[in-house]
Ligand binder design. Structure first.
Ligand SMILES: [Zn+2]
Length: 447
């Protein structure tokens, strides 16, 4: 049945392919059946309402100064099972951190009650932070990953969910055989696809090259190819890791070549980090149309390195932002934008190269993320025909860190939101045209 049209009038900000940040005063957006049916200047309202029976037939929300609409945030790399460790253990080095915190926590997801308990909290927090689309890693446990899908569905988020694959160089209490890993991945993929939920898609998730042998990577690539699935993995996160991959795969030219020869690189592949990619590797990443998930909080918190994100963008590589919970301590995309700016600034300070601005950070948190996930034809900005995944922001709300002054322009207000915004500023969180915030605030969380 057709859902009635609703219209929001006021200030909007979004990115386009040509322009990383466009801030618009007094515009209107019309949404029907979850899709954007018009987006125009406010003085065109009556023209757009004619086919719908005029003003009396629609619900019109008029925003005040300090309120505006942006596309929902897209987190291109987040480990849902690591959420309990957010803000813990970051004084340790990467390997110690994995052994002491990450692997023991992920192993616990064999227990479905534990999985449900954590995933409830994780999904609610991520969605409350305005992340309308998340690309999640689960664990190696198929049933726990299905539980994650259940909870994402309950709260109305859009997501990719990956059952993690790891059959070598992993602790003996948290590892699978190549055969188990492949058959369980097939079971997971089929279970998710059977639900025919357009919002939740499976994603093939070899943890990273060191934890999967060639045989497993080949079979996962075949599965992705046969079923047209997305793929996510880690690449070139630390210098030690790059050297280790070189030793593990001596017959390959470099890290990218390991994934390329396995058949894992396509326009639907999300590569997290990519800090130390060489010119040759970046060229292959671009040629295969893979996306990079830049995770600046994580890269700083566990001291992996400073990614030259400006270079990736300038070379025409698709780049989105990832929170990489819990290597990154925050699941907030506002935090990811700020960390991205800081990392780019530090890189510029040390190399005298050019840094990015808040405009590119905003683009990477929205449209860039949609490009990385190869769904920019469906979400990411306010083009007519796309799904209405959006955040209504109010910088004047209780709990806001933002004050606006008489001489602040709409560009200033938007920039203040990027630097100072938090979840208290989100008054509506739309996914597919439905406001999911009331459900989140209902307090149905199990403790
Ligand atoms: Zn990660």
């Amino acid at each position: 049945m057709d859902q009635p049209l609703f219209v929001i009038r006021g200030m909007f900000a979004h990115s386009t392919i040509e322009n990383p940040l466009i801030v618009l005063a007094d515009h209107i957006i019309g949404v029907s059946n979850g899709k954007i049916v018009f987006f125009d200047q406010a003085d065109q309202l009556d023209k757009h309402l004619q086919p719908f029976g005029g003003r009396s037939k629609v619900s019109l929300t008029e925003l005040k100064r300090g309120q505006f609409v942006i596309p929902g945030f897209i987190d291109t790399h987040i480990h849902a099972p690591q959420y309990p460790n957010s803000g813990k253990g970051l004084d340790l080095g990467l390997l110690e951190w994995l052994e002491k915190y990450t692997f023991p926590t992920e192993a616990k997801f064999k227990d479905l009650e534990f999985a449900e308990h954590v995933y409830e909290k994780a999904v609610r927090r991520v969605l409350r932070n305005g992340t309308t689309t998340a690309c999640y890693y689960g664990t190696i446990h198929t049933d726990a990953c299905m539980k994650l899908c259940d909870i994402i569905d309950k709260y109305g988020q859009r997501a990719f969910v990956g059952k993690v694959n790891m059959n070598q160089n992993s602790p003996e209490y948290y590892i699978e055989t190549a055969e188990e890993s492949t058959s369980e991945t097939e079971r997971f993929v089929d279970s998710v696809l059977e639900r025919k939920n357009q919002r939740i898609q499976p994603i093939i998730t070899p943890r990273f090259a060191a934890s999967c042998d060639d045989k497993l990577m080949n079979s996962l690539a075949k599965l992705a190819h046969d079923k047209g699935l997305h793929i996510q993995t880690h690449i070139s996160e630390t210098k030690d890791e790059v050297a280790w991959i070189g030793n593990l795969f001596p017959d390959h030219d470099h890290y990218v070549d390991v994934y390329d020869k396995a058949g894992l690189l396509s326009k639907r592949t999300v590569l997290a980090h990519g800090i130390y990619l060489t010119t040759e590797e970046r060229k292959i990443v671009k040629d295969r149309e893979c996306g990079i998930s830049h995770c600046p909080n994580s890269n700083t918190s566990i001291r992996s390195g400073t990614c030259d994100v400006k270079q990736l963008l300038d070379e025409g590589i698709k780049v989105g932002l990832g929170t990489d919970c819990s290597g990154g301590y925050s699941t907030s995309m506002n935090d990811a934008m700020r960390c991205c700016l800081h990392v780019s600034n530090f890189h510029a300070i040390h190399t005298e190269k050019i840094h990015i601005s808040h405009r590119e950070a905003f683009m990477m948190a929205t449209l860039g993320g949609a490009q990385v996930l190869d769904i920019a034809d469906r979400i990411g900005n306010f083009e007519v025909g796309k799904a209405f995944d959006a955040l209504v922001i109010d910088v004047t709300k209780e709990g806001s860190q933002i004050d606006i002054f008489e001489n602040d322009t709409i560009d200033d207000i938007l920039q203040k939101f990027i630097y100072l915004g938090n979840e208290h500023n989100f008054t509506r969180i739309y996914v597919d045209g439905a406001d999911v915030l009331p459900m989140l605030l209902k307090g149905s969380q199990k403790s």
